[in-house]
Design a protein around this ligand. Structure first.
Ligand SMILES: Cc1cc2nc3c(=O)[nH]c(=O)nc-3n(C[C@H](O)[C@H](O)[C@H](O)COP(=O)(O)OP(=O)(O)OC[C@H]3O[C@@H](n4cnc5c(N)ncnc54)[C@H](O)[C@@H]3O)c2cc1C
Length: 557
């Protein structure tokens, strides 16, 4: 009946629907919270539209550490309820909701003082394992001797690490996952409008009854009618509340977190590593055949749209990682860098409408308008359920209960069986088994749609570049099924070429444009504009990351 495909025709239809239909719920924001809210509402049987000015996950939701975790550091703050909730979400995602995208990942927690550390950290990790309850998809933690650590992680400094505890969490490509949630919402009838910015609210007396949405490409203004407007705007919340003339009970502070990406050869370890730092923790996270290392935590008041990592951020990450790693990581090892902004909520002194939990906050600053901010990626589903529960009270008639705890996202259905059929799929399709596994981990059972493209055009089976596992069909599919509308969407979020390929993937832009231009109906000007727009972003990222290089290095480079 409904279709999860986000293609140029769907894009056009979405704007038509915004202008002509009456929605129960209008969601502002296409991050994981907004996509989750759209899915939650649509799967309750409500008529839903989501508007996002840039791209799905263009904000914080493509820039996280990509961990689906309980948050070990909350244990130290005795916030057991929060940890348990996140661990239950982790379990559900790994086993049933998104097993194709959310994968277990092992970490070592290095120990320095033999007895004291082992007792304290061991007790913490035992509690971490216990808090998830009876469902145990991920293995139990394990104590390791110094000798075992040397075997598993030869890069760990033997002179200061006396042993370790190995434990499990999970990881996800956040931008892909958010996009797949939005596609699932579309499959349940939600209208997903990208390039659609909410500019103001429409009121009937004091009640909000819709919003004015701008088509970013044409500048056309559209009045959207909705029973309730649900704002999930992350670090844009304060700005939008003010623009809409609303006084919510909370504020959102921005905290910047940066990551660096390194080649696999930079660190010799079979598993990830978590390090306690003076202010928080640092993760060394396996990412395919690479490593992601981060993060930082600094106040931010710059451009929300493009937070940039600075040389200070990078130096901090290298210094913290180098406390336990040998050989030491160097600036020259870095392939890519990215930074994101945490939406941290705090209650306003005179707040009466706000329900503030330790992590996320829901609010109803006006009749017909609810909002949510804060939280973490891992608990997006619970956050979405909370805000739609609150929004449902604004609607006439009975609204069904949330169904998302049992609703797998697109691609999850049948994934378990397909994993067992890898050799068969490889034989049938002519792809290598490595490529089939790569595709299954990105599309799940939607792999069939990629294979259909290859059947029609066998050149799409070719690798985009020998240095990375992406095939050309994936670039095509990004524009024909996944809502990508620019080079940046493809390079930064549908794939992660922006930080996985050298030079920010500049050498691939023409080849990518060749594939997507006919799907997006681009003329030569539109094509050149999209390439240029991406180059501006990648260049400013490079400049920011190098800004504090010693003068001698700048001159020689
Ligand atoms: C460095 C870092 C590391 C993190 N690591 C983890 C982790 O490992 N695990 C974890 O669980 N969590 C992690 N988090 C937290 C997690 O990433 C965020 O909590 C989550 O992504 C926030 O999602 P969101 O949808 O609320 O916000 P966003 O993803 O920012 O979405 C808000 C959206 O609103 C849109 N918007 C803005 N203005 C308008 C408008 N006028 N009209 C319509 N839409 C608008 C924006 O374009 C944006 O897409 C991390 C965060 C950071 C910064």
């Amino acid at each position: 009946m409904f279709n999860s495909r986000l293609d140029p025709q769907q894009h056009k239809d979405a704007f038509h629907a915004l202008a002509t239909e009456k929605f129960d719920v209008l969601v502002i924001g296409g991050g994981v919270t907004g996509a989750g809210a759209a899915l939650d509402a649509a799967s309750r049987g409500l008529r839903v539209a989501l508007v996002e000015p840039r791209d799905l996950a263009a904000g914080t939701s493509s820039r996280s550490s990509k961990l689906i975790h309980g948050g070990l550091r909350y244990l130290e703050q005795y916030d057991f309820r929060l940890v348990r909730e996140a661990l239950q979400e982790r379990e559900a995602m790994v086993t049933s909701l998104a097993p194709h995208l959310v994968k277990p990942v092992a970490f070592l927690y290095p120990l320095h003082e033999k007895l004291k550390d082992r007792t304290y950290v061991g007790a913490g990790l035992a509690l971490y394992d216990v808090l998830r309850g009876f469902q145990r998809a991920l293995p139990w933690h394990k104590h390791l001797s110094q000798k075992s650590v040397a075997e598993i992680a030869p890069s760990m400094r033997q002179d200061i690490v006396t042993g370790a505890i190995k434990y499990f969490d999970a990881q996800v490509d956040d931008a892909r996952h958010t996009m797949m949630i939005a596609r699932t919402a579309a499959r349940h009838g939600a209208i997903i409008a990208l390039g659609a910015s909410c500019e103001s609210l429409v009121r009937d007396g004091k009640r909000v009854v819709g919003a004015v949405v701008r088509n970013v490409e044409t500048n056309e203004l559209i009045t959207v009618n909705a029973g309730v407007v649900v704002m999930c705007a992350g670090v844009w919340s304060d700005e939008l509340h003010e623009k809409f003339g609303l006084k919510p009970g909370y504020e959102v502070r921005m905290s910047k977190g940066a990551h660096i990406v390194l080649p696999g050869s930079a660190i010799k370890s079979e598993v990830g590593i978590i390090l306690k730092t003076p202010v928080s923790v640092l993760f060394v996270i396996p990412w395919g055949d690479k490593w992601i290392v981060g993060t930082t935590d600094t106040e931010f008041d710059g451009d929300r749209n493009e937070p940039l990592a600075t040389r200070d951020d990078i130096d901090y990450i290298l210094a913290q990682a180098n406390r336990v790693l040998e050989p030491q990581l160097k600036y020259e090892d870095i392939i890519g860098v990215y930074a994101g902004l945490r939406p941290l909520v705090s209650r306003k002194a005179d707040a009466s409408t706000t329900k503030l939990s330790r992590e996320h906050t829901v609010d109803r600053p006006a009749a017909g308008f609810v909002s949510i901010a804060g939280g973490k990626y891992t608990t997006y589903r619970v956050m979405a359920q909370d805000v739609i529960d609150l929004g449902a009270k604004e609607l006439r008639g009975e609204v069904k209960k949330s169904a998302t705890d049992k609703l797998p996202i697109v691609g999850a259905d049948g994934y378990g069986a397909l994993v067992q059929q890898v050799p068969l799929i490889a034989r049938e399709s002519g792809l290598s088994e490595t490529t089939v596994v790569h595709l299954l981990n990105r599309y799940g059972s939607l792999i069939s749609e990629i294979l259909e493209l290859i059947e029609k055009d066998s050149t799409l089976a070719q690798l985009l570049t020998p240095e990375l596992p992406y095939i050309r069909a994936e670039i095509h599919y990004a524009a024909s099924h996944e809502g990508a509308r620019s080079i940046e969407d493809v390079v930064s979020r549908r794939t992660r070429l922006a930080f996985e390929a050298h030079d920010g993937a500049d050498f691939l832009l023409e080849a990518i444009a060749d594939i997507i231009a006919p799907i997006l109906n681009w003329n030569s000007r539109a094509r050149a504009e999209s390439i240029k727009q991406y180059k501006v972003i990648s260049e400013s990222e490079r400049i920011s990351a190098r800004e504090l290089l010693p003068v001698a290095e700048k001159i020689s480079s």
